[in-house]
Design a protein. Structure first.
Length: 150
C-alpha cells in the first residue's frame, strides 16, 4: 500500500478510526485542535451552521486528520458529541436546515443508510462549496463588523 492509499478517506470510517475518535473525544488537545478549525460565532444557535475553516476535500467536505487517517470533519463532530455511528450509516446534512457540506454542526446531521442518503441527494455536489464557505465566512464577518459598529 502506498503512502497516499494509506491516507485515503472513506465515507464511513473503519472501526479502527471510529475507536480512535471515541478514544480522543475527551482529550483536550485533540478537541482544541479540532475546534480551532471551526467558525463557531453562532454556536449558541443550533439552527446556524458551524463552518469548517480547515482543509476541504474536492467535494467540499471538511477533512481532519485522526492519526494516519483523513476523516470527514462532520463525522468527527458527530462522533465526539453523540458517540459511534451505527456501521454502514452515512451522516446526511439535513435539508433545508443545512445545505453546506462544510458544516460541522452535529445537530444538522442525521445517520441514514446509503439508499436514503442517495435519495436525498440535492445536486449540491455541482455547487462550488469552497465559494459557498467563503461567502458564509464573509457574511459572518460583515455581520460582526456591523454589530460592533452599532
Amino acid at each position: 500500500m502506498t503512502h497516499f492509499e494509506d491516507q485515503r478517506w472513506t465515507a464511513v470510517p473503519s472501526a479502527e478510526v471510529m475507536q480512535a475518535i471515541l478514544d480522543h473525544r475527551h482529550d483536550e488537545t485533540f478537541l482544541a485542535r479540532f475546534t480551532a478549525k471551526i467558525d463557531t460565532r453562532n454556536a449558541a444557535d443550533a439552527d446556524e451552521c458551524d463552518v469548517w475553516t480547515g482543509a476541504l476535500s474536492s467535494e467540499g467536505y471538511g477533512n481532519f486528520r485522526v492519526g494516519k487517517h483523513i476523516v470527514r470533519a462532520h463525522r468527527v463532530a458527530y462522533i465526539v458529541k453523540f458517540g459511534a455511528v451505527t456501521d454502514g450509516l452515512f451522516l446526511d446534512h439535513v435539508w433545508p436546515v443545512c445545505k453546506y457540506r462544510f458544516c460541522v454542526n452535529e445537530w444538522h446531521l442525521e445517520p441514514v443508510n446509503n439508499t436514503e442518503n442517495t435519495r436525498r441527494g440535492r445536486g449540491i455536489g455541482s455547487m462550488n462549496q469552497r465559494a459557498m464557505r467563503s461567502a458564509a465566512i464573509i457574511t459572518r464577518n460583515e455581520y460582526e463588523g456591523m454589530r460592533l459598529a452599532a
